[in-house]
Design a protein around this ligand. Structure first.
Ligand SMILES: Nc1ncnc2c1ncn2[C@@H]1O[C@H](COP(=O)(O)OP(=O)(O)OP(=O)(O)O)[C@@H](O)[C@H]1O
Ligand SMILES: [Mg+2]
Length: 426
């Protein structure tokens, strides 16, 4: 790769850093960004074991790009921008935080050595979180949260304190849980994984570096004997060409699986209003739904005045044969939702539009429903959207991830507001 001047149409600037498995280049045309170019090199044991492996760079790049595309789609803040060639991607240029953030679902590997007596396969709920200081010479020692805070890392102007560590810990677990669900669609168990964070030139903490077959343990059908991750390479005492071929084929299999994930976004939230007078309320629901990654349509039909048309609408959506959630918006006698609910087996959420002072009366017809009906009633557009999203999220890792991220958002923002209030009181 010596003398390389251009990758994927991007003119390369200085080589910022070269590690064991990739090179990082400046791109003069896009300040604050860099190109991460993978190498055909596999290493383990802090670089003690190392081999050339032709084709590995392409497989690693493909895996990383696919994983980061999913994380970006969920809305996780990452450094990844886009794939630019078969062995390189465009990333935000970061100063890296020298910590590996490890998340585990099952106990295996080094965890067992550090915790004698724990049986392999012990299941962590919530996932177990650990941090290691990146220091090859000292074999990446485990560090506590207190050690990280005490190190007072200053990265691109950001001091890594307790709040930053908490946010990265929660983000690591979120990333693990999203990818665990992603892999579940291919009947693979994500056992553990490590990620790294960096701070970009604007001072934002981002999930950075790469996430590939070097980053996790992955057991098809949850069976350790079928492992397809770098552990296969780590476990080799002598390494023959045939062994390397097996490792490469495993990595290839993983990258191919990511191409065949069950697409998560086939669903529809149908907001039915009894009258166009409720359009504004419905638009609010739609906006909240879309922010959560839901596909949404708005329809108008009255259960009282156009009953047949309401039934036709239900039949149409049932005929699509995808998960459907109905949200019924009707003022005064709030019978629209219960009528829909009595004629479909999909969930129905009633969300009457008000006015507020009338709501206490209006909701009764959607609360005190005839036997045999199972709809729910909520009062706020956001609540209706969240309820719909939670129902879709049961089977959709993107929507599930967006919900989890929303909760992480409270955790990020509320302590900041608390601090501001506190300092303004003084
Ligand atoms: N977005 C980014 N901006 C700047 N540097 C990055 C970015 N992503 C990764 N890096 C850094 O690129 C370097 C090269 O990566 P590589 O994984 O090959 O290093 P390594 O030899 O494995 O060392 P390390 O143990 O630090 O990972 C690493 O120091 C990594 O932290
Ligand atoms: Mg590395």
């Amino acid at each position: 790769m010596a003398g390389l001047k251009e990758v994927g149409g991007y003119k390369l600037g200085n080589l910022i850093i070269e590690g064991k498995t990739k090179q990082v280049f400046d791109i003069p045309s896009i300040p604050g960004h860099c190109i991460l170019l993978s190498k055909d090199r596999i290493t383990a044991g802090d670089g003690v074991k190392a081999h050339d492996l032709a084709g590995k760079s392409i497989i690693s790049n493909k895996t990383t790009c696919k994983v980061f595309e999913i994380l970006n789609q969920v809305g996780v803040r990452t450094s990844f921008v886009k794939s630019v060639s078969d062995n390189a991607f465009l990333s935000k240029k970061c100063e890296m935080i020298p910590i590996e953030w490890v998340t585990r679902r099952l106990a295996t590997g080094s965890f067992l050595k550090r915790h004698p007596g724990v049986k392999e396969g012990y299941r962590f709920s919530p996932p177990k979180h650990e941090t290691f200081f990146k220091d090859d010479a000292n074999h990446d020692p485990q560090w506590s949260e207190e050690q990280i805070i005490s190190a007072e890392f200053k990265v691109n102007g950001v001091v890594i304190g307790k709040h930053e560590v908490d946010v990265m810990t929660k983000t690591s677990i979120l990333v693990f849980e999203v990818l665990e669900k992603v892999w579940q669609t291919r009947d693979c168990a994500l056992i553990d994984m490590k990620i790294e964070f960096g701070v970009d030139t604007s001072g934002e903490i981002l999930v950075a570096d790469v996430i590939d077959s070097d980053s996790w343990r992955l057991w098809p059908s949850g069976d350790k004997r079928l492992m397809v991750d770098k552990q296969v390479y780590r476990n080799l005492s002598t390494v023959t060409d045939k062994d390397l071929d097996v490792v490469k084929r495993n990595f290839e299999w993983v990258a191919d699986q990511l191409d065949h994930l069950i697409p998560p976004n086939k669903h529809l939230v149908v907001i039915v209003m009894g009258s166009t007078a409720d359009k504004e309320h419905c638009n609010k629901i739609k906006k909240y739904c879309e922010d959560l990654g839901l596909n949404t349509e708005i329809r108008v039909s009255s259960a009282h005045k156009t009953t047949g048309y309401t039934l036709d609408i239900i039949s149409y959506y049932e005929g699509l044969n995808i998960p459907i959630i109905f949200i019924a918006v009707a003022g005064r006698s709030n019978g629209l939702g219960p009528v829909i609910s009595g004629n479909t087996d999909y969930p129905v959420i009633n969300c009457p539009p008000g006015p507020k002072e009338e709501l206490a009366k209006d909701i009764w017809s959607s609360l005190n429903v005839p036997s045999g009906l199972g709809c729910g009633t909520v009062l706020y557009p956001e609540t209706a959207a969240l309820f719909a999203a939670q129902s879709i999220a049961i089977n959709n890792y993107i929507v599930w991830g967006k919900l989890r991220l929303k909760r992480l958002g409270f955790f990020k923002s509320l302590p900041k507001s608390d601090e501001e209030i506190r300092s303004s009181n003084q």
